[in-house]
Design a protein around this ligand. Structure first.
Ligand code: 13P
Length: 271
């Protein structure tokens, strides 16, 4: 059985003191949970502080983004080795908020802000490779926009994003990494993808991965769902066979809701 993961993507939230407080509260309540993987992904500036608080617990540290070069004149960027040096084991790659046109919000703001920071299928691939080379586990995000879903292109989009992200990786590398299916229209909107539909799309992702490799990394790799995961809906999502956990934004910003997600997931998997 695949060990589930609840990962908190704090996005651009929490000052250093707020980050400290949140990490402490989470570590106190769920730090010793061993049958659910827990990852906190604070902003870069809080990585060290959060890392020192969760050190010795079962909670692991992740970055929210990474550049693919080792070092050099890349103002504002952070390398895989730097993330490792501050204690990260994971890094989110290709989040929908980081894909797309650089710095230009998409005109349709009804879906919230996404596709802001220039990542492409190609850059997601090189970032994933660089992360793996440094010993990090990438959490590769994929997911369709509302327009793409309405056009009936959901499966096509996630298949393309996943295939491009995994291009040139070995089956062994793919086994170790994590994919997160995050439909863009469900991120930060309060609107969750229906349990069975999230399960279906994640099944499509697993099939896509299985088709790409001779040996089958798809049965053992973890694929998470993300998009308005909260204590009220987590049970139904975690009961789905294809869903191996959640990548959580809003509900990870409060210790109580994040810990409830961990505890509910634990209860579902213990049955
Ligand atoms: P929300 O949980 O706030 O919808 O965010 C999901 C997400 O984007 C996690 O990476």
């Amino acid at each position: 059985m695949r060990k589930p993961i609840i990962a908190g993507n704090w996005k651009m939230n929490k000052t250093l003191s707020e980050a400290r407080e949140l990490a402490q509260a989470v570590a106190e309540r769920v730090g010793s949970v061993s049958d659910v993987g827990m990852i906190l992904c604070p902003p870069f500036v809080a990585l060290e502080v959060v890392g020192s608080i969760i050190d010795g617990s079962n909670i692991e540290l992740g970055g929210q983004n990474v550049y693919w070069r080792e070092s050099g004149a890349y103002t504002g960027e952070v390398s895989p080795t730097m993330l490792v040096s501050v204690g990260c084991r994971y890094v989110i790659v290709g989040h929908s908020e980081r894909r797309g046109r650089f710095g230009v919000p998409e005109p349709d703001m009804t879906e919230g802000l996404h596709r802001l920071f220039g990542d492409s299928d190609e850059s997601v691939n090189v970032k994933a490779k660089a992360a793996l080379a440094a010993g990090l586990i990438p959490i590769i995000c994929c997911g369709e926009t509302l327009q793409e879903r309405q056009a009936g292109d959901t499966d096509l989009i996630v298949r393309e994003q996943v295939s491009a992200a995994l291009e040139g990786l070995s089956a062994e590398q793919v086994t170790s990494l994590v994919i997160a299916y995050e439909p863009v229209w469900a991120i930060g909107t309060g609107e969750t993808c229906q349990d069975d539909e999230a399960n279906r799309v994640i099944g499509v992702i697993r099939l896509t991965v299985a088709e790409l490799f001779d040996t089958d990394p798809a049965t053992s790799m973890r694929i998470l769902y993300g998009g308005s995961v909260k204590p009220e809906n987590v049970k139904g999502l975690m009961e789905q066979l294809e869903i191996d956990g959640g990548l959580v934004g809003g509900a990870s910003l409060e210790a109580d809701s994040f810990c409830q997600l961990v505890e509910t997931t634990q209860a579902v998997y213990q049955r």
